[in-house]
Write a new protein. Structure first.
Length: 645
């Protein structure tokens, strides 16, 4: 009898133990549940450009096309960047909300902000009546600017919405908000209708260079604004310009600089990202004034105005995806000729979207601006003005190191600007005379050309008019730059090192367009007079055979560059260099095809085979035994890590 009790007791214990194992296993996160959790933490933010129509209507067709694109891309949040309407009428707000509610009911959250067509035409009654249901209930509003300047936090992202022209007034509040939440966020998105620098407009030109005497609020905060936004790695998105542009805005190095010491591991350039979101309306603007070289580097630009050689308008849909410390950005465009709601929507019912811009980076990164290979040889190589792919060593948290060794930026886009003038009113304007206005323009916007401070867009960036009553910014031709970033993220189960994300090499394909959006040929057409720092015009540029010369960068091929990657204390017999593709980590090449020698500058241009014929078509990979490092020749943005063989 005792034996039966023992057996029964053991069986019961086994059953209970098995039940516990089942319960514990059910509570453990599986690989798929980890992926689901990662997706839950991911935020996809869509940017809806100006939707103002012509007359008293909203541009419904491009608005719907953009929102459809954002919805099918899985966007959680949409930021309408102002000028939702043209005249701010009740009818227009009814149009806008009747269309937007379909997407709101589908689960998309809106963060609307006021543009000049709302502040100029819509009284607070219309804005509050229609937008209070779209501004989140948990939004925290700036005192005195309720429902027009506010912020929300979603996961680890702080979103600050600012009404048109409100920057000088709200900057103090913005700093307080950022400092309050800085320990709990990884990313900051600033959204306003207009921008600090802009493309056609920009508060710096309007409120400082052409500002009113005594109105010094923006000017007095000018350095602090750029320094603060740079220090916090802000992504500033805006509307107002009816064109697409992504650029970086530099901070002053003498105002609250962030030191660079070996203990910091990595160096991030003191700058922040400005995204002018494009168009979702029935009008487009030409590119006026050009690049503000003193503080700005343009990375990508596209506009269509349906005039002066441009045959269409653009509709733009841009998406920021935040996932922990990482942010991925993609911007799409489709072209159309629709000019009003009554024409019908055939072109935009099923539009063909092209990817025209992208980047991927984390908060732990190194970066460089790579200039186009069109700088005259006579130009003094001042500071960072060079076209070579090369970086300092970039160190991961696990001790892995990476750097770009070689390559030349031969594939770049080229754009033109129109000639514009700036005038003043004596006794009213800040500037006392045209020469004084030129001084302000050189202090705040344009690079004054001297051999030791070359302006790559012309040797005479500003000139006095014939009557000496205004200053003229001549038309010019501008070659775009690349924003190269090397970012680190933590190792995964598939890697034996932290992961390196290389971004910024595949954005430009050799396109040349005039200031209105008309296509030109960079290999045949000469640029505007005096568009080079030596006083000549930019000359036709011979592109590599890999350059596609199309807007869609899905098929873009970057100029070849060489990456070096190392992690000390790893066994080269056990690990190799790998890349992430099609959802898995793969070796670049086999051990038999790996070159066992240090990299030298002859390799990137070497035409004869460096390996056996059977290795042809595989990436060129080498291992330097003396430096304990791998190197690889690349021609794309990519994710790289050491993986097991």
């Amino acid at each position: 009898m005792d034996i039966y009790r023992i057996i029964l007791s053991n069986r019961l214990n086994i059953y209970l133990f098995s039940l516990c194992l089942i319960i514990v296993a059910a509570c453990q996160p599986t690989e798929s549940s980890s992926v689901d959790l990662e997706k839950q933490n991911q935020i996809k933010v869509g940017i809806l450009p100006d939707t103002q129509g012509n007359g008293s209507s909203v541009s419904l067709h491009p608005m719907e096309a953009v929102l459809d694109k954002l919805k099918e891309s899985g966007v959680n949040i949409v930021i309408p960047v102002g000028d939702l309407t043209n005249h701010g009428s009740t009818y227009e707000f009814e149009q806008w909300t009747q269309l937007a509610k379909n997407y709101k009911e589908a689960g998309i959250e809106f963060l609307p902000l006021m543009g000049n067509h709302e502040t100029s035409h819509a009284y607070s009654v219309e804005w509050l009546d229609f937008m209070k249901d779209y501004i989140p209930e948990d939004a925290v509003h700036m005192s005195g600017a309720e429902y027009s300047t506010y912020y929300v936090i979603r996961e680890n992202v702080l979103f600050i919405m600012m009404k048109y022209y409100d920057l000088p007034i709200s900057f103090k509040w913005v700093k307080e908000v950022v400092n309050q939440h800085n320990n709990n966020i990884d990313h900051i998105v600033m959204a306003s209708h207009d921008g600090l620098v802009g493309a056609k407009y920009g508060q710096t030109r309007e409120r400082i260079v052409q500002g009113v005497r005594g109105d010094n609020l923006l000017m007095d905060q000018w350095d602090d604004i750029r320094s603060f936004f740079s220090h916090h790695d802000v992504i500033w998105v805006q509307g107002h310009e009816h064109m697409y542009q992504r650029s970086v805005i530099s901070a002053p190095i003498d105002v609250n600089p962030k030191s660079w010491a070996p203990s910091d591991r990595n160096y991030r350039i003191p700058q922040f990202t400005q995204i002018i979101s494009g168009n979702a309306s029935y009008k487009g603007y030409e590119f006026r004034y050009g690049e503000r070289e003193l503080i700005q580097n343009i990375i990508q630009q596209k506009m269509n105005t349906k005039q002066n050689g441009s045959e269409t308008y653009d509709a733009n849909a841009s998406i920021l995806t935040f996932n922990n410390s990482r942010v991925d950005y993609k911007s799409y465009v489709t072209s159309h000729t629709v000019e009003n709601n009554e024409e019908g929507n055939k072109e935009l019912e099923d539009p063909e979207w092209s990817l025209i811009d992208k980047f991927s980076r984390t908060t732990d990164r190194c970066e460089r601006i790579i200039y186009p290979n069109s700088i005259p040889e006579s130009t003094r190589p001042v500071l960072h003005h060079d076209s070579f792919y090369r970086t300092n060593e970039c160190i991961a948290r696990d001790g892995s190191g990476a750097r770009i060794l070689d390559g030349v930026n031969d594939t770049f886009n080229r754009i033109e600007s129109t000639a514009r003038s700036m005038s003043l009113r004596t006794g009213f304007s800040r500037a006392e005379d045209p020469a004084d206005m030129a001084r302000l323009a050189y202090q705040y916007l344009f690079q004054y050309h001297e051999p030791w401070t070359p302006n790559l867009n012309g040797d005479r960036r500003l000139v006095l008019s014939d009557d000496a009553e205004t200053i003229v910014i001549p038309e010019t031709t501008i070659d775009l730059k690349e924003h190269l970033t090397l970012s680190w993220t933590a190792a995964t189960q598939g890697t034996v090192s932290d992961i390196l994300i290389i971004s910024g090499t595949q954005v430009q394909t050799g396109i040349y367009s005039n200031a209105f959006g008309m296509d030109k040929d960079i290999e045949k057409d000469t640029g505007h007079e005096r568009s080079q720092p030596d006083g000549t015009a930019k000359q036709p540029h011979l592109l590599p055979a890999s350059a596609t010369k199309i807007w869609d960068i899905e098929s873009a091929v970057a100029d070849q560059y060489v990456l070096q990657f190392d992690k000390k204390s790893t066994d080269p017999e056990m690990v190799t260099l790998g890349h992430y593709r099609d959802g898995e980590w793969k070796q670049f090449t086999s051990s038999e095809c790996t070159i066992n020698k240090a990299y030298n500058s002859m390799i990137i241009n070497q035409t004869s085979s460096l390996r056996e014929d059977s290795c042809d078509g595989e990436p060129i990979v080498g291992y330097d035994n003396n430096e304990d490092s791998w190197w690889v020749v690349l021609n794309s943005d990519i994710e790289v890590a050491l993986i097991e063989k």
